[in-house]
Design a protein around this ligand. Structure first.
Ligand code: ADP
Length: 247
């Protein structure tokens, strides 16, 4: 059974850099069990918001709650352990490690130490291999990550996120710089994982993808949410058009 209702919520979240209010007083509720999209013009605060939620940067004020627990200012590691996995806008993989090794180090901080000492957990290797099959890059298991196409690296990064078995997955521009064939595969994977109960929160510039993939769209402008709702509603919202066209 898929839990519905509130999953991740922020209340009055704010973060400035010098005089720039990157995120200001952002109160947002993401829907549990759904594919939520976060859109907005460049510089509207999406990445800063993401980073505040995942603990990569500290908000100046406001709170982040996940399943009723206050996770504001927890370390990224503890937030990940609570069940929130994330990918990065500029894909993060270890270029000189093999595809399989990348997944084995993704599991836990001491993963790297174990890997270097030659100690490998057979169950984790099985899980890693199953995830490579799932994302469709199992044939590249022994290739160094730097030899993969950018889209394949994004699939590897997604497999790395899945190694942590997160309940909620935050994807920062999953389709950015990826060729159209692989965008289709990423979209299908997101839909399948969502059908299995994973909640998604996706920052994406590809509007066609956002509109076809998401259940709930939240639009940021100048650091705060200005509109939210189903894609078809948000698409025709005058405030959204204004934010994008700057009229
Ligand atoms: P988006 O992801 O929507 O493009 P960002 O969160 O990256 O928006 O940026 C929001 C605003 O905050 C922009 O004006 C940006 O220049 C500023 N900003 C973001 N990160 C930093 C930083 N580390 N230092 C200074 N300014 C920043």
């Amino acid at each position: 059974t898929v839990e519905t209702g509130r999953s991740l919520e922020t209340v009055g979240l704010s973060r400035s850099f010098g005089g720039v209010h990157a995120v200001r007083d952002a109160t947002v509720t993401f829907q549990q069990g759904k594919i939520n999209a976060l859109i907005g013009p460049n510089g509207s605060g999406k990445t800063t918001f993401f980073n505040c939620v995942t603990g990569m940067i500290k908000p100046d004020s406001g709170t982040v709650t996940f399943k009723g627990h206050d996770i504001t200012r927890r370390s990224p590691h503890r937030i990940a352990r609570a069940g929130i996995g994330r990918s990065f806008q500029l894909c993060r993989v270890f270029p000189r490690m093999t595809v399989l090794e990348n997944l084995l180090v993704a599991v836990q901080p001491k993963g790297l130490r174990d890997l270097l000492s030659g100690a490998r957990n057979p169950a984790e290797i099985d899980r890693a291999r199953a995830l490579l099959v799932r994302v469709g890059i199992d044939h590249l298991e022994n290739s160094e990550a730097r030899n993969l196409s950018y889209g394949q690296q994004k699939l590897l990064e997604l497999a790395g996120v899945l190694m942590g078995d997160p309940d909620t997955i935050m994807l920062d521009e999953p389709a950015g710089g990826v060729n159209p064939a692989l965008i289709g595969r990423i979209a299908t994977l997101v839909q399948e994982l969502n059908a299995e109960g994973k909640t998604f929160l996706v920052v994406e510039h590809n509007m066609e993808l956002v509109m076809s993939l998401s259940d709930h769209v939240i639009v940021f402008d100048r650091g705060r949410p200005i509109a939210e709702g189903p894609p078809e509603t948000v698409q025709s919202d005058p405030r959204v058009l204004e934010a994008y066209l700057g009229v």
